[in-house]
Write a protein that binds this ligand. Structure first.
Ligand code: SD4
Length: 320
């Protein structure tokens, strides 16, 4: 090779090295993000694990267990609103950096469905258990059977029965499903999602939250995403898988969330449905620790926790 060409080559490769090094430095980890305001408290529990170089999988499980255990949270775990038959039925899933997955749907009487989902992932040859079978499995693993319907939720449900009008309220009290995704010190991603689903849903209805690819998706090479809002619309576009695939095509987390929400919007138009009646929100995190979000309408926020602190960010929205 001629001397000039060799020099140019060396220069190019050293520039590349600088770029790679800068890229590495730019990775912001560990970091955890989660949906809605109650994500702040959940992030704190996750951060305790992440800051000590713990695994993202352990962090997201511990994080979402906080609202699951809180009887005042009306949309997740214990204290969640019941279905129209007065039964609290829970949906949850979890996914790790190896694409191990576990999920439970329409699970009753167990306070921490995310931990049952993790047990499905780690202790069964399957990826999803539902209803009676999920409960049976949970009990076999030592989970305790408890009444999850708190007095206030029961009162509200009895009020609702008077009209029995199923019209999910957008942004109910500003906190719904908790979806959480984290990037740990080792650079690995995991996610978890857990909910009591839409209040007064039909018995047996399953939303997006326990469905891998809809309510949650993790690809350790690319990034992760989780969703909240009207699960039917998220399932229709295989939402979180879409967000992650868009990031694979070099869209930023924010751009990927926008594109996914646009798909929801277009399908609502096609199906002649009123956009103002629904909410869908996505949050996404890529391998570099960059995060983003987008939703259909105002009111959705998400919590971000890293070495600089824990804060709530208002998501940008489509319906302006
Ligand atoms: C569901 N996506 O069951 C959940 C509920 C939710 O905001 O997130 N509501 O469809």
């Amino acid at each position: 090779m001629a001397a000039a060409a060799l020099l140019a080559n060396q220069e190019a490769s050293s520039k590349e090295n600088v770029k790679v090094a800068a890229g590495k430095n730019a990775v912001r980890k560990p970091v955890v993000i989660s949906t809605w305001k109650f994500g702040l408290e959940a992030n704190e529990a996750a951060w305790k694990i992440l800051k000590d170089k713990g695994r993202a999988l352990d962090a997201v499980e511990a994080g979402v267990m906080v609202p699951e255990a809180d009887p005042k949270e009306r949309s997740v775990g214990y204290g969640g609103r019941p279905d129209r038959d007065g039964r609290v039925t829970l949906d949850a899933c979890i996914m790790d950096e190896f694409s191990n997955i576990g999920s439970v749907a329409a699970l009753e009487f167990i306070k921490h469905p995310v931990s049952v989902a993790r047990a499905v992932m780690e202790k069964t040859p399957h990826v999803m258990l539902v209803g009676e079978g999920a409960l049976q499995f949970a009990l076999s693993q030592g989970f305790k059977k408890e009444n999850l319907l708190v007095e206030d939720s029961e009162k509200e449900w009895k009020e609702w029965l008077k009209t029995s009008n199923y019209k999910p309220v957008v942004n109910i009290e500003n906190h719904d499903t908790i979806g959480m995704i984290a990037l740990d010190e080792m650079g690995n991603l995991s996610g978890a999602c857990t909910t009591s689903g839409m209040a007064y849903k039909m018995h047996g209805r399953v939303g997006d939250s326990p469905i891998i690819g809809a309510g949650l998706y993790v690809d350790n090479e690319v990034g992760a995403a989780t969703a909240t809002g009207h699960g039917e619309e998220v399932i229709r576009i295989a939402g979180c898988h879409l967000v992650v695939e868009l990031m694979r095509q070099n869209r930023s987390p924010q751009e990927a969330c926008i594109e996914a929400v646009n798909r929801v919007v277009n399908l609502m138009k096609l199906r002649k449905k009123e956009l103002k009646d629904i909410q869908v929100g996505f949050i996404a995190l890529d391998k570099n620790g960059e995060h983003g979000s987008y939703c259909v309408q105002r009111g959705f926020n998400y919590a971000v926790c890293d070495a600089t602190g824990n804060r709530l960010i208002d998501a940008d929205y489509h319906l302006k």
